[in-house]
Structure formats: structure tokens, C-alpha cells
Write a protein that binds this ligand. Structure first.
Ligand SMILES: Cc1cc2nc3c(=O)[nH]c(=O)nc-3n(C[C@H](O)[C@H](O)[C@H](O)COP(=O)(O)OP(=O)(O)OC[C@H]3O[C@@H](n4cnc5c(N)ncnc54)[C@H](O)[C@@H]3O)c2cc1C
Length: 385
């Protein structure tokens, strides 16, 4: 086992730190949260620094790298920026498009991405009655005599749904009955007739607003289909494992930033004539926060390493998300506790980190669904032969 970083990874971390010091201070971050977005210049700068190209294939003009390195980028960016930015989501959207899109869709998406640093699409998967329970999906397309398809239904919690010009919609083919497992993905322009949106207010991660989307007799053409007919769900599930791991990388970075602040503060805050660092109850918090961070990080990079080496991470990625997202929220919660009253104000950033982290216990599959995925597999794995 080699836990050392390569020279390139060390350099990457130095350049992330330098980029974040230049572009993210508390004042700027607060403006981003208040404005529900960041400037086009900053998004462009992220791309030009090469970060936005990492994990994108060379033939598309990207900088290919292994998942361990993509994990390091994601973790350290969240750590040094001290907030949850849209950059990971943007990269994941581009990877989905490249994996499943037609050559024409990829060309259009990459051209826009290279120019603006923004992906062309958001991801419309969840519905009011179908978040964890995907089969309960109501969105459905029906083929017409002229070869077009009519899409009806609703999506919700679509991250950046009102920001990007397209949405990748998953809908059942022909019949939205529960038993029908045939679903397809469609790249739907936001301005198309019959599509409307309504904003939703988030309690964290406000740089990336989400929205509801309504599809009322939206006419789709065959060239809008992404991936093979009937394989939409299967395709998307494939990329979920990577997404879950990288969500964890972002969570660890954010929780580490909360730890940095709280562990420094214990030396500065005096109560009863002594720094609070001298109290064992405070030391216990620091020790448990550090254990949570180290365990989460070890699980993360082992899982990413397994993926890089072609090994199955079906169980590992679910266990990782289940464990690490809960633990990272706890780290931020304990950081708030260490700050006392100050932790519950906007004078410190730990409260914002806590509410940002809380969202990751739901997004990308809930804590409970991770147990559902891993638990059944574990029972099979440990069954006596
Ligand atoms: C920050 C954020 C960003 C998001 N971005 C997107 C996006 O871009 N696109 C998109 O399509 N969706 C997005 N979502 C939606 C997200 O994927 C869903 O919220 C999530 O899958 C849970 O679905 P639900 O909200 O319908 O909860 P439900 O499925 O209704 O679950 C409610 C509760 O019941 C539990 N539960 C459900 N089934 C079981 C079971 N079988 N066993 C035990 N417990 C169970 C759940 O864990 C949860 O605690 C986002 C959500 C968040 C919070």
C-alpha cells in the first residue's frame, strides 16, 4: 500500500489552494449564496485553470485523470474554498453527456462547455412521488404516428434546472405503470413549448439553486434521445457510484474546513481562565471529529482506487456514502458546538457548512437507501455456502 501523493497531485493541491485564496473569501462566498450563483468569470477561470477539464476524456479536449485524483481535486477544492460550489455537478453532468450522448450532442455540449465552463444540462430524475422509489415515476413519453414523442409529467429538486439551457430528463417509455422498467433519457431544451419551471428555496448549498419542472405535452424528436431506448435508468445507475464517491469527497473537504476553524478556535477561546482546548470534553470532540474525517477519507480513496482498478464498488460506494455523509455533518455540528453561540451566527462559517453538508445525506441517494443497497448485498456476501 502506498499512501503517498504523486508529485502531480501535490502540485494540484498547491494550485487549488492558490486559486481558492485568490477567488474565495467570506465576503465573496456570502454574495454567491445570496445571489444563488457565481460570476461567469469565476466559472471560466476554473475551466482555464484546468480544473474543469479534469476527468474529461482527451479526445473531447479534457485532461484525463484517475478517480483518485478527481477525488483529491473535489475534496481539496471544497476544503480550501470553504463552500459547496457547482463545479463537481458541472463535471458530472459533462461526464454523463460524454458517456451517453450521441456524437452531435457531445459536440454541442463540449463546444458550449469550452466557451463558458458551464454544462448545457441539469439532471431531471426525481419527482414529487418518486425520489428513492424510482419505479413510481410518472413522467412518460408516447410515440406519435409522425415519429415524434409527447412528454408529460413533473420533475423536482432539479439542481441548476433554471440555470442551464437543457435538462436531461428520464421518462418511462409509453406507459408509466410501476411494472414498466423501460425508461429513456432525453435532452430537452428549457425553452421548448410546454416546459415550465418554478424555483424552490434551499436551506443550504444555495450557490446551486434547484427548481420544479413541468412537462405538458412537450414534443420530442428522436435526435433528442440520449443513450439507447429503454436503457435510461440502467445507464444512469452506472454513473451513480462515481457521483456518490465524489459527493463524499466534497463533504470531507467541507467538513475538514469546519474542523480547521474549530480546532484553531479551541486554543483562542478562554473560559474559567483557561483555553477550552484544556478541557477533556472538548478534546474528545476533536478526537472524534478527526477519527470521522480520517475514516471517511480512507474509505473514500480505497473505493476510488478500486474503481480505478476495475473492481466492483457496489457495496463500498453505498457504505461509504452512508457513513461519510452522516459523519461529515456531525463534524460540522460539533464544530458549531465548539464555537458556542458564535457557531449559531453568520459571524462564523461553520453553520453554513453544517447546512450544506446536511443536504448530502439526501442528495444522490439518502442515508437509508444506501443501507438498502448495501444491506441486501452484504447478506448475500456473508451467506453460508
Ligand atoms: C441538495 C439536493 C440536490 C438534489 N439534486 C437533484 C437533482 O439535480 N436532480 C434530481 O433529479 N434530484 C435531485 N435531488 C433529489 C434527491 O435525489 C431526492 O430528494 C432523494 O433521492 C430522496 O427522494 P425523496 O426526497 O423523494 O425522499 P423519499 O424517497 O420520499 O424518502 C423519504 C424518507 O424515507 C426514506 N425511505 C424511502 N424509502 C425507504 C426504504 N425503502 N427504506 C428505508 N427508508 C426509506 C428516505 O431515506 C427518506 O428518509 C436533490 C436533493 C437534494 C437534497
Amino acid at each position: 500500500m502506498d499512501f503517498n501523493l504523486t508529485d502531480e497531485q501535490e502540485l494540484l493541491i498547491d494550485s487549488i489552494k492558490e486559486f481558492c485564496e485568490r477567488n474565495f473569501d467570506e465576503q465573496k462566498i456570502r454574495e454567491m449564496y445570496a445571489n444563488h450563483g457565481m460570476s461567469d468569470e469565476l466559472i471560466q477561470a476554473y475551466l482555464e485553470a484546468g480544473f474543469g477539464l479534469m476527468g474529461i476524456p482527451e479526445e473531447q479536449g479534457g485532461i484525463p485523470c484517475d478517480l483518485v485524483t478527481l477525488g483529491i481535486l473535489t475534496e481539496e477544492f471544497a476544503h480550501y474554498s470553504g463552500c459547496i460550489t457547482p463545479f463537481l455537478n458541472n463535471t458530472l453532468a459533462m461526464r454523463d453527456l460524454i458517456d451517453f450522448g450521441t456524437p452531435e450532442q457531445i459536440e454541442m455540449g463540449m463546444a458550449a462547455y469550452m466557451e463558458t465552463g458551464k454544462p448545457i444540462m441539469s439532471l431531471g430524475f426525481s419527482e414529487p412521488a418518486s425520489g428513492s422509489d424510482n419505479m413510481n415515476m410518472s413522467c412518460v413519453t408516447k410515440k406519435q404516428a409522425d415519429g415524434t414523442y409527447i412528454l408529460n409529467g413533473q420533475k423536482t429538486w432539479v439542481t441548476q434546472g433554471e440555470v442551464f439551457p437543457y435538462v436531461l430528463v428520464i421518462a418511462k417509455d409509453e406507459d408509466n405503470a410501476r411494472e414498466n422498467r423501460e425508461m429513456s433519457m432525453w435532452l430537452v431544451p428549457k425553452e421548448i413549448d410546454g416546459l415550465s419551471t418554478a424555483p424552490l428555496q434551499k436551506i443550504g448549498q444555495q450557490i446551486m439553486p434547484f427548481c420544479e419542472m413541468y412537462f405538458d405535452d412537450v414534443v420530442l424528436t428522436e435526435d433528442m434521445r440520449v443513450g439507447k431506448q429503454g436503457e435510461g435508468f440502467k445507464n444512469l445507475m452506472k454513473n451513480f457510484e462515481t457521483e456518490r464517491c465524489l459527493i463524499v469527497a466534497q463533504s470531507i473537504g467541507c467538513a475538514q474546513a469546519a474542523m480547521d476553524d474549530a480546532a484553531a478556535y479551541v486554543n483562542e477561546r478562554i473560559t474559567f481562565g483557561k483555553p477550552i482546548a484544556s478541557y477533556q470534553l472538548i478534546q474528545l470532540k476533536l478526537a472524534e471529529m478527526e477519527i470521522a474525517l480520517q475514516n471517511s477519507r480512507n474509505m473514500l480513496y480505497k473505493t476510488l482506487w478500486k474503481m480505478d482498478n476495475g473492481q466492483s464498488v457496489r457495496i463500498d460506494s453505498a457504505l461509504l456514502k452512508r457513513y461519510a455523509c452522516m459523519e461529515c455533518t456531525k463534524v460540522a455540528s460539533e464544530a458549531m458546538q465548539i464555537y458556542g453561540g458564535l457557531g449559531f451566527t453568520t459571524e462564523t462559517r461553520v453553520g453554513r457548512m453544517w447546512s450544506d453538508l446536511r443536504g448530502f445525506q439526501i442528495a444522490g441517494g439518502t442515508d437509508e437507501i444506501m443501507v438498502y443497497i448495501a444491506g441486501r448485498q452484504l447478506a448475500k456476501q456473508y451467506a453460508r455456502k
